[in-house]
Design a protein around this ligand. Sequence first.
Ligand code: ZN
Length: 316
Amino acid sequence: MDIIQVPGKDSFLAKVRTATRRLEPKLRVSWAWSPEEQVFVLKFANNTGMTSIAPSGRDRITSVLRRRLSTFFVRSLTAKPDQGKVFQVTTSSNFPNHFLRTGRSTRFCDWRFVHRARLGVLPLNACRRWETNGDKRCQKCGYQQETIPHVLAHCGVHSAARQRRHNNVQDRLVKAASRCPGVIRVNQTMEGVAGEAGTLRPDIVVRDEVNRTITIVDVAVPFENGKIEFAAARARKFEKYGPLATQLAASGYTVRLDAFIVGSLGGWDHHNDSLQQHLRVGRYYAGMMRKFLVSDTVRWSRDIYVEHVSGRRQYQ
Ligand SMILES: [Zn+2]
């Protein structure tokens, strides 16, 4: 049990005491008068069990209360069966939520879209939980379940927009890799590769003949169906391009085969970080690029969704 002591006559902390009283069950804290110290103390349990801490001021109290409230809301959100999968991915780093405080690089319409999409409450035929017997089929292609993953990742009507969303990620990565030694080729077959592997067209290939190295990268924008979906998307890329990498390695090249994955609702795969380093993307630019990619992808997904329900083209 941690105990933070608070001077009883401090008006700021008196207000904090009043404000947090109704939140005590959520925060699992309690205020108590300490007769020995003649002060109010904030009590709460932590991982280390029963401990007491000397008076440490307002900053510590504010920090503890904020952290415990944040933990409470994240736990209650991720415990919900429908919302846990998306939030498992979008809360794994700060980048998918970079726009929350500032709105940077994000249109207001994207802001309105992304929260409802991540919560799974967009009005689609298979998302009406109060109407169990209604028609759940996709209004565009007739697929049996019109869900958010279907619209953003599978509905055939939007394949052109999805290709543009994918190309946007690819183009940003190509631009960022300009300092990487070697020649960059986009969406082309590779010379000197026999058989079926010779017909494959990886999104990005960086070929450095001086150092005899080849980097093969394929981009994917899956729906955030839990971390397992990101791992599956990565595995599919390795399975597809594995034979190509094997042939090139047999020819004497040092080959790196990798996937670059950004979720359709702004989820960020932490494996992308090491690929950015490998492609010599500067640290500062890499951070900016992650934020731009998250915002761009959310914008494309919003445009796909709005076109799906309104029938109006949202992009030029
Ligand atoms: Zn459809």
